[in-house]
Design a protein around this ligand. Structure first.
Ligand code: ASP
Length: 425
């Protein structure tokens, strides 16, 4: 299947982003007018998530073979995810304490709820609000009650668990099991072929999504005041994301993954820009897999396992943002937190990120857990709404980057015989 060359695609993507910014930023109406092209791209991505996740997992687990090997792989993967998430929260906490973006003044002057365009209480419905509830809901979520319902809702985690067990059992069925596995191999290759094709449209899709969202925000003239209003807070989140994405994760990639960071960034370019333009790790997953496997030649066996899992539970950017946002709310309300409470924020932000779905602004909802754990006012979330659409896109890019780095590192640790020359520079 022919896919666009990496250089040409990167140039086309940058042009698409630039055009999108100009369209939506300068003439909001035009931005809104082309939004449907972005939505089409988003739909095309989403439609591939379920068959891709299920077929990758089934094929992946059957090629891993021994369940004990799978256990080791699973353990290393989770350990990597938890370590990088913890480091991300640490960076976030350090920066928010040093920069101290929240001043009690802001509390009086802000009435941001109305500008956000959606009601917070609507989003909070039926969501866990305490750590115990969250843990219970994550556990319950591992087992789908109805497979089709999980597929319809694109609930990736239960689908992963189902496919893992299904694939493992297939390997015990001899001839007939092999037949089903080969069927899913075909499904998997077909979907990857479709993702290849879709990459041709990425520059337009991504550009249109950016144009549409900027248009919705009222163009540059509507967006700048939003950014400035929460400038110190937004700057803290962005700085922490940059440190995590450009220092911490590359260190892992270089030292443990033995990869050239720039080459990997370039190869992951389409996925990273798609994450920014969609604000959804799940929607980006097909492209994350295509870039990692198809372009960078991370072994399919590892990437098929690590990336879908990462898109669901590994959210470095979200974790860091949850911690900063909670501390910002405390600062804004003039509430002093002691060391014990800060540790609780550290732990709950990590959990809240694991529990957040890979969809736009999911982290905003799970933040209630962090706030409640240290008795901070939940209404404080309304302070953040106005700018969350933008920060969500930034953190989603770091979430996807964290998954990609995870795949490369685990691949190396699992002894993939990398051929540097096979990777597209
Ligand atoms: N939008 C993020 C993602 O899909 C989750 C979040 O932080 O809201 O990765």
């Amino acid at each position: 299947m022919i896919a666009p060359g990496p250089h040409r695609l990167l140039v086309a993507l940058l042009l698409g982003i630039l055009a999108g910014m100009m369209f939506g930023g300068l003439v909001p109406e035009w931005g809104k007018a082309v939004q449907f092209l972005g939505d089409l791209f988003l739909r095309a991505l989403f439609v591939m998530v379920v068959p891709l996740v299920m077929s990758s997992m089934i094929v992946g687990v059957s090629s891993v073979g021994d369940v004990r090997t799978l256990g080791g792989l699973g353990f290393r993967t989770i350990l990597f995810f938890v370590t990088t998430t913890g480091l991300a929260v640490l960076v976030g906490l350090l920066l928010v304490v040093i920069i101290h973006p929240g001043t009690p003044l802001l509390q009086e002057s802000s009435d941001l709820t109305s500008e956000s365009g959606y009601s917070l209480s609507q989003r909070m419905e039926d969501r866990p609000t305490t750590v115990a509830e969250l843990l219970k809901s994550i556990l319950m979520n591992l087992v789908p009650q109805n497979l089709l319902k999980a597929m319809v809702n694109v609930d990736v985690l239960p689908l992963i668990i189902f496919s893992l067990v299904f694939g493992s059992v297939l390997t015990t069925l001899g001839e007939r099991g092999q037949f089903v596995i080969r069927f899913f191999e075909g499904v998997n290759e077909a979907i990857m072929g479709m993702v290849h094709l879709l990459m041709w449209t990425a520059p337009v899709g991504i550009g249109a999504l950016i144009a549409g969202r900027l248009g919705e925000a009222g163009g540059f003239s509507g967006f700048w005041p939003q950014l400035i209003q929460l400038g110190a807070y937004a700057a803290t989140v962005i700085l922490a994301l940059l440190i995590h994405g450009m220092v911490t994760l590359p260190l892992f990639l270089q030292l443990l993954g033995k990869q050239n960071v720039l080459t990997y960034v370039r190869n992951m370019g389409t996925a990273l820009t798609t994450a920014f333009s969609t604000g959804s790790s799940s929607a980006t997953l097909p492209l994350t897999m295509e870039c990692a496997i198809g372009r960078h030649r991370v072994s399919k066996r590892i990437a098929s396992f690590v990336l879908p899992l990462g898109a669901t539970i590994n959210m470095n950017g979200t974790a860091l943002y949850e911690a900063i946002a909670a501390m910002f709310i405390a600062q804004t309300y003039g509430i002093e937190l002691d060391l014990g409470q800060t540790v609780i924020i550290f732990l709950t932000a990590t959990l809240a990120a694991i529990g957040a779905a890979g969809i736009p602004e999911a982290g905003l909802v799970t933040m209630v857990i962090v706030l409640k754990a240290v008795n901070l006012p939940v209404e404080g979330i309304s302070l953040l709404l106005v700018i969350d659409w933008f920060l969500d896109r930034c953190r989603t890019s770091v979430n996807v980057w964290g998954d990609a780095v995870g795949a490369a590192v685990i691949d190396q640790l699992e002894g993939h015989e990398h051929e540097e020359s096979t990777r597209q520079p």
